[in-house]
Design a binder for this molecule. Structure first.
Ligand SMILES: Cc1cc2nc3c(=O)[nH]c(=O)nc-3n(C[C@H](O)[C@H](O)[C@H](O)COP(=O)(O)OP(=O)(O)OC[C@H]3O[C@@H](n4cnc5c(N)ncnc54)[C@H](O)[C@@H]3O)c2cc1C
Length: 502
């Protein structure tokens, strides 16, 4: 298997190895169905889920399409590496049948029986460790669900009816503008301050750890509206989001699904691609758009679908320039700068262990996911933006190990042995500049519509500003599909208009 240059792994015997083996790498990196000077119907920039789905829909509906990607691999912020027979999801991981757009892809490509469940019960350390200041308690997983659900419900129940009326249709875009405007002004910290007197110290820790895990920053930087939207998406219940969004993943990994979407697009005979090709400039002039890569290569198309992440958008030069609101939105951006770290512990004992804390020593949450083929406990851990007071950078293995150790029961801290760490620094990654989208205060009502708006013949599709499951894989598939359809319809209208003038 070929290594992507993204990510790294560490073991006590081999130290750090940069780059990770994945089926997502595309070799050779370029293929063209037409001369470089010919005009494409569409160019799609970015091969994450939004770009892959858009390119597939365009190519399979007869559009000559070029997919341009800065990286050496498919998948963008979602991909898996395979090490010693185990699939580590480096970015986006959990998927569910309550996420309709991605489930359609999963079933379309025959992966509907390919699930594995995270958080399997029954290992020796079968509890959740909650660390609140210098106090620590191991609670049962039933209590973890009870307290986690209870605090989330108190936090999100801003209307006294669990948003059942005021945010009834979570995929709709036009309901309750006054409600949105009001709560968009609140940060998660503002809301926590309102309800703090209803929580014990331990419950406040559980809530804050859950929030930091959701938004990857300190809670004063995180807008309340995304937490409310996720609660509504979780069926207006305290535990619904966890059951949908941290439960099931693909056994064969996200990169397998990317391969199948990409293969389908290629089978149309209409898809060209160029990987390892960062785009520098997009110029829309006289009805044709020219895309210029950093290495000077140029391509032309009638329409462009740009799927680069929100935090990256302002680093591409546009002519005519992007509107001021789009630029401001990208510069302000998603606040989610979390670290996601895979840690394997020797032996099977921690398969069903989990942990929550705040502020912690760099990580606020960890939970068992599965056993590796070697029989070790594979844990996934999350921590906030390295720039926050309790954040850590991923440069130090010692820092990661001690952050994880802090989450363990005190009496076990000297017993466990880390056999492997796998991660990628999404914050230093110039093509991501962060992880999944979590919006700051006063952002959604101000910028969401502007981000979704097209700019001449340039269209925008990113999971960071979709409707519905915004910030998730489902949102990326949702908006990729919608925008490809818009482009196809627009080109049909243009062709019809030209014909009526002949
Ligand atoms: C650590 C982490 C954990 C996550 N966990 C989950 C989860 O469990 N479940 C879930 O549903 N979601 C999760 N997400 C979110 C999910 O991964 C994203 O919402 C989704 O993948 C976004 O897809 P996208 O196509 O919109 O963007 P991306 O996947 O970021 O795709 C954009 C593409 O554009 C490329 N690009 C950027 N700049 C340029 C340029 N100048 N030229 C050419 N190409 C460029 C990028 O390389 C990238 O491939 C997670 C994300 C991360 C990072």
């Amino acid at each position: 298997m070929v290594n992507s240059s993204d990510g790294f792994t560490w073991t006590p015997t081999e130290g750090i190895s940069q780059g990770l083996p994945t089926i997502g790498v595309v070799v050779p990196p370029a293929r063209s169905i037409q001369p470089q000077t010919a005009t494409y119907d569409a160019i799609v920039i970015g091969s994450g889920y939004a770009g892959l789905v858009a390119a597939r829909d365009l190519a399979t509906q007869g559009k000559k399409t070029l997919l341009i990607e800065a990286r050496d691999r498919l998948g963008g912020r979602t991909w898996h590496a395979t090490i010693d027979g185990f699939n580590y999801e480096i970015g986006g991981t959990w998927l569910h049948w309550h996420m309709p757009h991605i489930y359609r892809e999963i079933s379309l490509y025959g992966l509907h029986n390919d699930w594995m469940v995270t958080q399997n019960p029954g290992s020796k350390e079968d509890y959740c460790t909650v660390t609140t200041g210098d106090k620590q308690r191991n609670i049962s997983h039933d209590d973890e669900a009870y307290f986690g659900g209870r605090v989330n419900e108190i936090f999100c129940n801003v209307d006294g009816n669990n948003l059942r009326q005021s945010w009834k249709y979570t995929f709709g875009t036009n309901q309750s503008p006054e409600f949105m405007a009001k709560w968009d002004k609140f940060s998660c910290k503002d809301r926590l301050d309102q309800i703090r007197d209803q929580l014990t110290a331990e419950e406040a820790t559980i809530l804050e750890a859950q929030l930091v895990q959701m938004g990857g920053n300190s809670i004063d930087k995180m807008g309340l509206l995304d937490a409310l939207r996720w609660f509504a998406l979780g069926s207006h219940t305290g535990t619904g989001l966890n059951e949908i969004a941290l439960h099931t993943r693909l056994r064969s990994g996200n990169s397998e699904l990317h391969r199948r979407i990409f293969g389908h697009a290629l089978s149309s005979g209409n898809l060209s691609y160029s990987f390892k090709t960062p785009v520098q400039r997009i110029e829309d002039k006289g009805g044709i758009v020219t895309v210029t890569a950093r290495d000077g290569q140029k391509w032309k198309a009638k329409s462009i679908i740009c799927t680069v992440p929100l935090n990256v958008l302002s680093s591409i030069e546009f002519y005519p320039p992007l509107s001021a609101d789009k630029v401001a939105a990208s510069q302000e951006g998603s606040v989610n700068k979390c670290n996601k770290v895979h840690v394997d512990l020797a032996g099977p004992d921690y398969l069903s262990w989990s942990s929550l804390t705040t502020p912690g020593k760099g990580l606020v949450a960890a939970f068992g996911d599965h056993l590796t083929p070697a029989g070790n406990s594979h844990l996934v851990a999350f921590g906030p933006d390295p720039k926050t007071a309790a954040g850590i950078t991923l440069d130090s293995i010692e820092g990661i190990t001690s952050a994880l150790t802090y989450l363990l029961p005190k009496e076990k801290q000297n017993e466990v042995s880390v056999t492997r760490i796998v991660t990628h620094d999404w914050n230093k990654d110039e093509f991501a500049k962060g992880t999944w989208c979590y919006l700051p205060t006063d952002f959604t009502t101000k910028y969401l519509a502007a981000l979704q708006r097209s700019h001449g013949n340039v269209y925008f599709a990113s999971g960071d500003f979709s409707d519905g499951w915004r910030g998730w894989i489902d949102g990326a598939v949702h908006i990729g599909m919608q925008v490809a359809h818009q482009v196809i319809q627009k080109q049909k209208q243009t062709t019809a208009a030209v014909r009526s003038h002949i």
